[in-house]
Design a protein around this ligand. Structure first.
Ligand code: AMP
Length: 214
């Protein structure tokens, strides 16, 4: 049976950072819809050009565009034993369509990382990412060893355009409106666990490991 984990939660709850750790621990690919979209934007693909206008404004990219990249990604061989989803699904439509793409529901576990809006704004405004490998840092809680430089690949650390204050607020509003309804959807289905995304990375990862028992 495939091991499939969905990390749900608002922007800044730690899905990418926690997902990165879990990906190393369980040797499963971390599939981040945001990273895949940004990759398309940077490579100036047709999909990337379409998606960019939404991303810049902090809005959601239309379902069919995101579903296409997720569907293509989870068909790849490295997903044969399972995968971890970060940032997908983000609308009820995406959650329902995921079931059509991926039928093996029995093995699906959903972890909801919760956090207050205040906490998210603080965390996102201190976030920096590597423009080369996408590694995530926090200026206070998870700083790089050398200022402005990625520990993993030596790439330059930048602030995401959509981590600027005006866009952060919009992204959190969009989350409450469009993504929060999925929480009830999965809660009703079972295999749903909520934990705080505000704790330390190691603590959060330990809690998730206890839930997964993989
Ligand atoms: P993230 O890196 O997950 O914060 O995503 C960055 C941006 O990419 C979001 O603000 C959206 O514009 C877009 N995006 C990422 N995942 C999705 C998704 N599942 N559905 C729609 N838009 C998405």
């Amino acid at each position: 049976m495939k091991k499939v984990l969905i990390l749900l939660g608002p922007p800044g709850a730690g899905k990418g950072t926690v997902g990165g750790k879990l990906s190393e621990i369980y040797n499963l690919p971390l599939i981040s819809s945001g990273d895949l979209l940004r990759e398309n934007v940077n490579n100036h693909t047709e999909l990337g050009e379409k998606a960019n206008s939404y991303i810049k404004r902090g809005e959601l990219v239309p379902d069919e565009l995101v579903e296409k990249i997720i569907e293509d990604r989870i068909k790849k061989e490295d997903c044969n034993y399972g995968f971890i989803l970060d940032g997908f699904p983000r609308t009820l439509k995406q959650a329902e369509d995921l079931e059509k793409i991926f039928h093996d529901e029995g093995s699906l576990i959903v972890i909801y990382l919760s956090a207050s809006d205040e906490f998210l704004i603080k965390r996102l405004s201190n976030r920096r990412i590597c423009e080369n490998c996408g590694a995530i840092y926090h200026l206070i809680n998870l700083p790089p060893k050398k200022e402005g430089i990625c520990d993993k690949c030596g790439g330059k650390l930048i602030q995401r355009e959509d981590d600027k204050p005006e866009v952060i607020k919009k992204r959190i509003d969009v989350y409450h409106k469009l993504t929060q309804p999925i929480i009830d959807y999965y809660r009703k289905k079972g295999n749903f666990f909520e934990i705080s995304g505000e704790g330390k990375l190691e603590e959060t990862v330990t809690k998730i490991k206890e839930i997964l028992k993989w």
